[in-house]
Design a protein around this ligand. Structure first.
Ligand code: NCD
Length: 290
């Protein structure tokens, strides 16, 4: 049984196939290829985009979706998540999509079930479908040619599952990555790093801005959001008329991660990423369920 826990669970041919299908779904109506299949979504952490995106993707393909309301589930009564998973599995779903605050939660659950587990984000570890939709957005913009293109990943990189998954995937497709963050947000890495965004702005083709993951900090790690924004917010003053595109997985902290004016700028791909997310998840669910 195959699971999608991290981007390395898919080889490059499979990813190319998924992205090709996703592009087709951006242009044409879906047929009900997953009719008769049932998927369970179980999200122990908040989500706006990822949860609805998976559910819309599954429904567009004709699958039925059961959303487990975690606040009302028996995990809230002390049942372990492995037991919850084994019980859900006994109802014979065709897939379980999970988000959890603990890194490794999906991999752990995979031991108790007989259907694919799709990771919708586990702690600071991985968020494979987000990285796939980011890859699609970048590939479509750069006409399939990512080799040698430079991207700055900016923000709370150390605590970001989105950064982790993107670093693996974008490197695989030949992009050069520069990590830009205050020193305490930078992971141990061999990649180029800097805390001075202005010093690299003229060399990059794309920016991926990330939210400060305050829920994963034990203590407040910077003076104030205003100070952070002064150094790392993507502003018109910073990017001027440069040929740079801006991505962000959401939720965006307005005027901390990205300035209002840039969110309205055609170079900002945030809503295109959301649209691409549905198409990518349709292709991913077909890949694992057919
Ligand atoms: C991210 C997540 O939850 O990992 N958002 C998303 O899935 N689109 C990023 C975040 O929470 O900042």
């Amino acid at each position: 049984m195959r699971h999608l826990i991290q981007t390395t669970d898919l080889d490059t041919d499979e990813i190319n196939e998924i992205l090709k299908k996703a592009n087709a779904y951006l242009k044409e109506e879906a047929t009900h290829t997953l009719k008769g299949k049932m998927a369970v979504t179980i999200f122990f952490e908040n989500s706006t985009r990822t949860l609805s995106s998976f559910e819309i993707a599954l429904k567009k393909l004709g699958a039925s979706v059961v959303r487990l309301d975690v606040s009302k589930s028996s995990t809230a009564k002390g049942e372990s998540i492995s037991d919850t998973a084994a019980n859900l599995n006994a109802m014979k779903p065709n897939a379980i999509i999970i988000r959890h605050k603990n890194a490794g939660a999906g991999e752990h659950l995979a031991k108790y079930v007989s259907c694919p587990i799709i990771n919708g984000g586990d702690g600071a570890h991985a968020h494979p479908t987000q990285a796939l939709l980011d890859l699609l957005t970048l590939k479509n913009h750069f006409k399939n040619n990512l080799k040698g293109k430079k991207i700055a990943i900016i923000g709370d990189i150390k605590n970001s599952r989105v950064a982790n998954s993107n670093i693996e995937l974008l490197k695989r497709y030949g992009m050069e990555i520069i990590l830009v963050a205050p020193p305490h947000f930078l992971p141990q890495t061999r990649l180029k790093t800097t805390s001075n965004l202005r010093s690299i702005i003229n060399e990059v083709n794309a920016i991926m801005s990330l939210r400060t993951q305050t829920e994963r900090h034990d203590t407040q790690t910077y003076g104030s959001l205003k100070d952070y924004a002064y150094d790392f917010c993507i502003t018109k003053e910073l990017i001027k008329d440069k040929d740079i595109i801006i991505l962000h997985p959401g939720p965006v902290h307005r005027n901390v991660d990205i300035e209002d004016e840039i969110l309205k700028d055609p170079r900002c791909k945030v809503l295109e990423q959301v649209t691409n997310g549905v198409a990518v998840r349709m292709a991913v669910m077909e890949h694992f369920l057919l």
